[in-house]
Design a protein around this ligand. Sequence first.
Ligand code: IPM
Ligand code: MN
Length: 364
Amino acid sequence: MQYTIAVVQGDGIGPEVCSAAIEVLRAVPGLAGTLEFREFPAGATHFQATGDAFPESTFEGCRDAHAILHGAAGLPGVMYPDGTEAGLDFGLQLRFRLDLYANVRPIRLYPGVACPLRRFDAGKIDYVILRENTEGLYASRGGGTLLRGEVATDTLVVTRKGVERISTMAFELARKRNGALRDGKRRVTLCDKANVLRSYAFFRKVFTEVATQYPDVEMDYCMVDAMTAHLVERPDFYDVIVTENMFGDIISDLGAATVGGMGMSPSAELGERNGFFQASHGSAPTIAGQNLANPHGTILSAALMLRWLADRHADPVLAAAASRIERSVTEVLANGAGRTRDIGGTAGTTEATALVCSAVQSER
Ligand code: IPM
Ligand code: MN
């Protein structure tokens, strides 16, 4: 089967990390003819040039592709009159319009990547944050009120359908994993603030209903403020964490920081029909164009893309390719040569990428 991949490079380091991921995909033996890449413009740079951050033709190209691969979008200072960033419209609108309700963010500590947490080394942090991606506080993007220049509001949205589907995905995901590293227990933790807000209390109620259908998976609750401490003190207790959109945005950066930073953190945004893959990091304009960006987050996102396509289309070739890429990233990090500056190495973006490519090609 032939797969069309919509590619949106974006702003800042976006083009560098996106090209890196495509290079790696092209290097996988036997995959070359399988993927067809189609590029589409979007983001802050495109907004500056045209007044449109997310052209309709880009939306259609993304919607109709088998999957979407993205670098990063947004530039500070490129703003709408309301003070929000124009370049972010690509990712945000895409989530809403394609109903990409599940944002899957694996937090894994790779060998050779220094962990700021003293007690944890390679393989000792491995959990997944499942961020509800279309509701919550960010559902109000572009829709809050701004009155007389003195009152502004945004509303947090929680629906039964939204909670049911993300919770179901969390429990299904836990069933496929091997449990928390600390005790081997399959566990889904809901991260919320149910003691303060009705919307989170309702989230918890619906989550708990879903949990009763999964007696084989432990159900766990944690308030988001406590969660920030736990992710630093006992990350090995966690297996799958499910949470509201904004909380997921925040704790996924925290989780990333414990495993080498944003440059090491892939992400998959999934709906019923579409999948959107990018690293969790932003466009990092201060290091753009200098060959300093860490490409591993985007390369690992490309691997998530292959695995998602493999599941959807029952294609074992893609599943094997995904594992091959992940093993290759692991290898070049472990031996040190593929480490970029942000994770204590000296490799540039292109060197790290070339090393992953040759590992991918040479592996038997
Ligand atoms: C993320 C990013 C986005 C978000 C931004 C770029 C809109 O921070 O994917 O985590 O806030 O969701
Ligand atoms: Mn974020």
